[in-house]
Design a protein around this ligand. Sequence first.
Ligand code: ZN
Length: 269
Amino acid sequence: MRFFIGLVLFNLFNGAQISFAQSNLFQPYDCRAEVEINNRIEKERLARELAIKDSIEQVEAQLALLKQEEIKRLLEYEQHAWMHWATASNFTFGKDRGNLPMITELNSLHPFFRDRVVRLIYQCKQKGIELAIVETFRTHAKQDEYKTMGKKYTRSGAGKSKHQYGLAVDLVPIVNGQPEWHNRALWRKIGIIGEQLGLRWGGRWRSLYDPGHFEWTGGLNAFDLANGKLPRIPKQEINYPCLENDLALLKFYQEQWESEQASYAHKNP
Ligand SMILES: [Zn+2]
């Protein structure tokens, strides 16, 4: 175990790009069990960082559930050669969001960002705010659809949206069973919680006020992302020992969704 942690720290501090053989893509379990070893350290860090000591266990339970779900999905993937992700169809949240389904799967996001979003949802719930996931990862085809729908749908003109890297999420509060899009005071509460978790909040943008949008790039700019740089997770973060491996796998699934939605868009112009 000491060796393992040493190895992880070595890799993190050196920012080493762990290379892996193609065959490893389908053996994502190798160090997953070790993740549990780090839970205690993560728990202490969270307690300090979030100052919500009583609910740490519950946050962890949520994360554990996601991980379980992920493993289930991985097993299913091996059977069907397709990663099933949750989607939402147009008008699910009362707005025209185009014909292509929106991917709403949290596991389609960068794992570090995903876990921040889980905490955001959970902390809002603690405050009585229920959040629905409107969109997570976005394919090129979906982004193109928004572009044709007009300026209010995306602020990334020529560039890519952070959604296309799995580094952004769109959420909406649900009040009395209905999406509440126009409650500024409520958005502000949610936005502040997100910012405290280190996320960039679209409610601060003037050019396209987008209060349901949260993103995280690990310090990278649009140019870095376009050049394939991977966001760095904080140095002290040791809860992602298989990150490089997980990201490669995630990219593989994302590319499958890319082709799926590209052909859907082609067939349903
Ligand atoms: Zn967004």
